[in-house]
Design a protein around this ligand. Structure first.
Ligand SMILES: Nc1ncnc2c1ncn2[C@@H]1O[C@H](COP(=O)(O)OP(=O)(O)OP(=O)(O)O)[C@@H](O)[C@H]1O
Ligand SMILES: [Mg+2]
Length: 254
């Protein structure tokens, strides 16, 4: 670290980030046109934490994530990330601050190869954040390593899901927003995805993921928030959620 008295705006920002959650949503409300879908959410993700956003279809999980990325036009409340208020920033600026986003519908470039999909997302390393090379990501996703030159439109849905995560990691994010990583992929890939997220956590990456699969969330997450109709109806550790039959039955259907 630089000595006291040295002007270092980046160092100052990092110090600020250490004393507060890495990501903090305060009183978040979101609207589609006149329809309000989020009602005052308070959510935090600490540095190095993996946190689940759970709840049934339409509960507001994806809207929470897209709101953080600045992709929902009408919002109220405050979103802070790494010591900064990002509420009013454009999505590309939010991304450049180190917020990675894996959308629900993957959005890979189908005409580009696997490797090209990864290369287009490359960003410089960030101080204090795990940084990724193609070789490291191929070690993390061996399936992708076997097909670097294949057009991404010709790989399986599960492989595309892995590619979206690999592409996001090429940006060396501080925190990744993962929208339903286990949805619509084969059970074997779900297991691999869970193992991958556990590995990423060990490397120090922070994650906020949306998930309906309690088994998956229990395997990879530290804490969960359960949403129902755009409101938080439960927040606690995974063990507390597992032990709370009423919440599981009413809001998760398990
Ligand atoms: N683009 C949109 N325009 C209008 N309403 C929307 C739009 N996207 C989502 N909604 C509505 O907002 C509410 C929250 O949806 P959201 O997609 O955030 O839920 P979700 O928890 O991610 O659900 P799922 O598990 O199905 O992905 C739902 O009532 C949904 O119908
Ligand atoms: Mg969703």
């Amino acid at each position: 670290m630089s000595a006291a008295g040295t002007a270092n705006p980046a160092g100052v920002a990092l110090a600020a980030a250490a004393s507060e959650p890495l990501l903090e949503l305060r009183d978040l409300e979101a609207f589609y046109g006149d329809a309000q879908v989020l009602f005052g959410l308070n959510i935090t993700v600490g540095a190095g934490e993996v946190v689940a956003l759970m709840g049934r279809n339409g509960a507001g999980k994806s809207t929470t994530i897209t709101s953080v990325m600045g992709l929902v036009a009408r919002r109220r409340g405050t979103i802070r990330f790494a010591g900064r208020d990002i509420t009013a920033l454009e999505p590309f600026r939010i991304s450049r601050l180190g917020l990675g986003y894996v959308p629900e519908d993957r959005r890979i470039f189908t005409d580009l190869t696997v490797l090209e999909n990864m290369e287009v997302a490359r960003r410089p390393a960030r101080p204090g954040v795990p940084s990724w090379s193609v070789a490291q990501l191929f070690a993390l996703f061996p399936n992708l390593a076997e097909m670097p030159d294949r057009p991404a439109g010709q790989i399986s849905g599960g492989e595309q899901q892995m590619l979206t995560v690999a592409r996001t990691l090429m940006g060396n994010p501080r925190l990744v927003l993962l929208d339903e990583p286990s949805e619509g992929v084969a059970p074997l890939i779900v297991e691999q995805m869970a193992a991958t997220i556990v590995t990423l956590k060990k490397q120090g990456l922070s994650v906020l993921l949306s998930e309906q699969n309690l088994g998956f969330a229990a395997a990879v997450c530290d804490r969960a928030y359960v949403l129902e109709k755009g409101q938080i109806c439960f927040s606690g550790t995974m063990a507390e959620l597992a032990g709370n039959e009423a919440v599981r039955g009413r809001y998760l259907g398990v």
